[in-house]
Design a protein around this ligand. Structure first.
Ligand code: G3P
Ligand code: MG
Length: 236
């Protein structure tokens, strides 16, 4: 079972910062999950919310700020004084770190409620430039953006994110105009049957956000492919 650090090792460091990603690497996580948005001047950056208020000392929407404006913000001290000076990373910066490792990447496109024009091309280009096609799964709650990605790069692995309302996605996924690689359900809908059904249709299962080892253990035996967790250290 793969251990994928959610927003980096976000249980121990400020989410979606290079500190959180490096910590997950030090903890021997198998992979990293990250969330991306696009700035006013078209840079792909890593942050969960579309607004910087919660995770930096600034405020405003990412789509209304330039990269330079964003990188003046402190993305670490809200979490703890020792993380002061952490910045909102760019996707390029992140990929440069990853290319030096063997980590798997789950890149989540945050394309709702805003549509980031052209983000698909930039992401595909960045993955290819860093020669990471084999190690990346691109996921989103917005399945249209995944369709756009596969149009650009048919080899890209795609993960379908679902909230709690879609507890039985199997006929839906077969009707999509593209073939997904994995299902990324909310962990509360996952059980042995969910795993067996998904596997019988050829999909891997990566639930989020799994923070309890006791929950994952029986499902690991049932063949669960991975967990997306804030605490990779609890599973390794
Ligand atoms: O990709 C899994 C998980 O990150 C989806 O929800 O809100 O944490 O990005 P969220
Ligand atoms: Mg996410």
């Amino acid at each position: 079972m793969l251990i994928i650090a959610h927003r980096g090792a976000s249980g121990h460091a400020p989410e979606n910062t290079m500190a959180a990603f490096r910590l997950a690497l030090d903890m021997n996580a198998d992979g990293l999950e990250l969330d991306v948005h696009q700035t006013k001047d078209g840079e792909v950056v890593i942050c969960h919310d579309d607004d910087v208020k919660r995770t930096t000392n600034g405020q405003g929407l990412i789509q209304d700020m330039t990269l330079e404006e964003l990188q003046r913000l402190d993305a670490g001290s809200w979490y703890g004084e020792r993380f002061r000076g952490e910045k909102i990373p760019t996707l390029h910066e992140f990929m440069a770190l990853i290319a030096e490792t063997r980590l798997l990447i789950n890149l989540e496109i945050k394309n709702l409620p805003f549509y980031y024009k052209g983000i698909e091309e930039k992401i595909v280009r960045t993955v290819l430039e860093h020669d990471l096609l084999e190690r990346v799964v691109i996921s989103s709650f917005d399945h249209y953006v995944l369709a756009a990605i596969v149009e650009l790069e048919p080899r890209m692995k795609l993960g379908l994110l679902f909230g709690t309302s879609k507890s039985e996605p199997w006929s839906y996924v077969e009707q999509l105009p593209f073939r997904a690689y994995s299902l990324h359900p909310h962990y509360t809908v996952v059980n042995e049957e969910y795993i067996a059904r998904s596997h019988s249709q050829g999909y891997k299962v990566y639930p989020y956000t799994v923070n309890e080892r006791a929950w994952a253990e029986p499902l690991a035996i049932a063949g669960l492919d991975g967990v997306i967790t804030n605490y990779p250290d609890r599973f390794l």
